[in-house]
Write a protein that binds this ligand. Structure first.
Ligand code: PHE
Length: 446
């Protein structure tokens, strides 16, 4: 079967940015930052993005573009009949697992779109009102599971339409708009009375809080946010024409993604401190914070609705890429028709997502392991453990099996002269990244 291709390189950047920008930036980043003490976490995160994320981004994109294959096929093509294709399978499993709970949260954003449009975030909103709205959602098994189902259905439908007419057409168009709204909300958040306290929490680090859990979480967040460590960027890179400039495309995606996350923090933390909320409350953070900001804004109803529509779309362009990894495998390697593959993957992820959807309503999912609910356990396992592990294996493969200099040639524009920082990149992908990730793993286990 003929493989898909992006229609333009700008289309690719939008699709890859669409994969990267999502709930990871606006839902996950503020909540893990809040849980890990704020500013110090932000610094660790930025270091992880620049020193680990960017390098792994190039490793994945070059592997995909060079082989024009799904993650399993890519490893198999370069090192046939070896265990390395297991890394591709790990990516597929990780993708489906992340998708399963990610779509639950995405379902919440759909519900919040509806609540906003219905004008529920009105002037004088109290803490009790906000909690009430949230708990009426998450305590309803029927509602959360239906929203999960709905979101999965939309994702699968778009993926079934194919690479350029489905994914490329739908992704990215509204991304710039989301960005503009975030800037607007940031400016507004900075005028709130708690802004200075919020910024202090977010931007002035307390070095005594440094620990390995924080470092692992920052690294996990960096990979999660950039869609790395599970083959999404291998897959998206595989649809790139050979003449595209990987270096600049990869850089643009990383910069845009990081800016969006940073801005989300600028919106959330001043709001948290203005309304005496807890920055460390976990996955519920944005859902209990943002309503306050909307309730105070002039035209708040309009802004709230627009914001949650865009957030749902940002989530959608990410779930699309999570599905696409497994679909690319089924289409390339198993000759399955795209539509059938998309629906199969969606069905598996939906079933796997049900316990996450019930994480706030039904035992034992409400307190699954060590008092944490099922969704939090899934999020920790797949984002903080599996993605760094995948990134470790991918870098080792690119550095030593495929060989970093071959990958570097793929990254070069028109395969001619060296790209900026080429030697540093080679050094990082071979030594720094594997060693740092290994060290983090060992210390976390100990
Ligand atoms: N990067 C996406 C986000 O930040 C999530 C994602 C992770 C997508 C891994 C694909 C692969 O929302």
């Amino acid at each position: 079967m003929k493989r898909g291709k992006w229609a333009s390189s700008f289309g690719f950047v939008l699709a890859a940015a669409g994969s990267a920008v999502g709930l990871g930036n606006i839902w996950r980043f503020p909540y893990v930052t809040g849980q890990n003490g704020g500013a110090l976490f932000l610094i660790a995160y930025l270091i992880a993005v620049i020193f680990l994320g960017l390098s792994v981004m190039y490793a994945e994109l070059s592997l995909g573009r060079h082989t024009h294959k799904n993650p399993v096929g890519a490893f198999e093509k370069i090192k046939p009949r070896s265990l390395w294709k297991g890394v591709g399978f790990l990516g597929i499993v990780t993708g489906i697992s992340i998708l399963s709970y990610y779509a639950v949260i995405a379902g919440w954003t759909l519900f919040y779109t509806y609540i906003s449009a219905a004008g529920k975030f009105k002037q004088g909103l109290s803490q009790t009102d906000v909690n009430g709205i949230f708990s009426s959602l998450v305590s309803s098994p029927l509602l959360t599971v239906s929203l999960l189902f709905l979101f999965m259905l939309i994702t699968v439908y778009i993926v079934s339409r194919g690479v350029s007419s489905g994914i490329e057409r739908w992704t990215g168009i509204l991304m710039p708009l989301l960005f503009v709204i975030l800037i607007f909300l940031s400016v507004y958040a900075l005028t709130l009375p708690g802004a200075s306290e919020g910024l202090k929490f977010y931007l002035s680090p307390d070095l005594s809080k440094l620990n390995f859990h924080l470092v692992l979480t920052a690294v996990g967040q960096a990979f999660f946010s950039l869609s790395l460590g599970m083959g999404a960027m291998i897959t998206y890179g595989s649809y790139l024409p050979d003449k595209d400039n990987l270096f600049s495309s990869g850089l643009e995606v990383v910069i845009f993604d990081t800016l969006v996350a940073f801005l989300a923090g600028i919106v959330i933390f001043p709001t948290v401190f203005t309304f005496n909320l807890s920055p460390s409350q976990g996955p519920t953070l944005i859902f209990k914070t943002l309503p306050f900001i909307f309730s105070k804004l002039p035209l708040g109803r309009l802004f709230a609705t627009l914001f949650f529509v865009l957030l749902s779309i940002a989530a959608l362009t990410s779930t699309i890429s999570l599905v696409e990894v497994a679909v690319a495998y089924l289409v390339d390697e198993r000759n399955m028709p795209r539509t059938k593959a998309a629906f199969l993957v969606g069905l598996i992820a939906f079933i796997l997502g049900i316990p996450s959807a019930l994480s706030s309503s039904i035992k034992p999912f409400t307190s699954f392991i060590a008092g944490k609910d099922f969704l939090s356990i899934m999020d920790f396992t797949w984002a903080n453990v599996s993605l760094p592990l995948g990134a470790l294996l991918i870098s080792t493969f690119v550095g030593f099996i495929w060989k970093a200099k071959n990958a570097a040639e793929e990254i070069r524009f028109h395969k001619s002269k060296k790209f900026p920082g080429e030697n540093i990149w080679i050094f990082f992908i071979k030594y720094i990244i594997p060693l740092v990730l290994l060290a983090i793993f060992i210390s976390t286990v100990l």
